[in-house]
Design a protein around this ligand. Structure first.
Ligand SMILES: Nc1ncnc2c1ncn2[C@@H]1O[C@H](COP(=O)(O)OP(=O)(O)OP(=O)(O)O)[C@@H](O)[C@H]1O
Length: 272
């Protein structure tokens, strides 16, 4: 269980996240939606301690992760992998080396400097790439791949950490609808097959509804919606996005919906 207890984050006078209270059971895939500036990234970054809360506690499995330091903090950051909008890969390095970088924080400085990776790790990296359907590109430079392929490399790098939680900060915001679907399918597959908790910031309603077990809506740093995808009605969406009667679904869609659907059971009952 991940528990976010009355967490607030201030940047000077600006309150980015305000008194947020959430409990996420293990194995849930959660989508966090909201307008730009709603506090989604700040919340995610506090969970893996890229930044610290100004107030409140973050607890995972009974441990207060918001109070960890040193090696215990590094261990938490291994358990809590992050994926970013801009992939954060090394473009000129090949795919396998990028994936192996997911093991850096458990390797010695010397082996890191010499770029020496144990054979078992290399095999594991190839297995993960196969699982994500990109093993054929293992030896290519990352910069030669499409955005969707690069994001799958980033997911593979995260999986090398064998994390308990995957935090994805707008993982499809830079991708076209086709690649966005491939990446979201990959995250859902990892969730379904491994039972890993996934918390995913998304700026589009359709993606959250389609892929997540639970949707959290943020506005002005606060949680204004927390429920099932099918409960995300037009008025709930308006509350999250702060839109008036002219609110339109298209303004917050990726067009993934127009592509083929993987599992009809994920189809929401709701339509505008
Ligand atoms: N490092 C920072 N320094 C100052 N203010 C910040 C910092 N990071 C975020 N903020 C502010 O906190 C608020 C929430 O930002 P945040 O990035 O968490 O929102 P978001 O919902 O993730 O938006 P986006 O989708 O645009 O990333 C915004 O007002 C933002 O300007």
């Amino acid at each position: 269980m991940l528990e976010i207890q009355k967490v607030t984050r201030r940047f000077g006078a600006n309150v980015a996240v305000k008194n947020v209270q959430v409990r996420i059971p293990e194995g849930q895939m959660v989508g966090i939606i909201g307008r730009s500036g709603a506090g989604k990234s700040t919340l995610l970054r506090m969970i893996n301690r890229l930044i610290d809360p100004s107030e409140g506690k973050i607890i995972f499995g009974g441990t207060e992760v918001s109070a960890l330091n040193g090696s215990a903090l590094r261990s938490w950051q291994r358990d809590c992998a992050m994926i970013f909008q801009q992939f954060n890969l090394v473009p000129r390095l090949d795919v396998v080396s990028n994936v192996l970088h997911g093991t850096l924080n458990r390797r010695s400085t010397m082996s890191t400097v010499l770029n020496l990776f144990p054979r078992d790790d290399i095999h594991q990296a190839i297995d993960i790439l196969e699982r994500l359907g990109i093993a054929d590109h293992a030896q290519k430079r990352v910069e030669a791949l499409s955005g969707g392929q690069q994001q799958r490399v980033a997911i593979a790098r995260a999986l090398m950490q064998d994390p308990k939680i995957i935090l994805a900060d707008e993982p499809i915001a830079s991708l076209d609808p086709m690649n966005a679907q491939v990446v979201m399918d990959a995250l859902r597959k990892i969730h379904d097959e491994d039972g890993r908790m996934i918390v995913c910031n998304l700026h589009t309603l359709d993606t959250a509804r389609r892929y997540c077990d639970r949707v959290i809506g943020m506005r002005g740093g606060e949680i204004v919606f927390d429920g099932l995808p099918e409960d995300l009605t037009t008025s709930a969406a308006r509350e999250i996005y702060g839109a008036d009667e002219s609110f339109s679904e298209e303004a917050t869609s990726t067009s993934i919906e127009s592509l083929s659907r993987p599992t009809p059971s994920l189809e929401p009952a709701y339509a505008l």
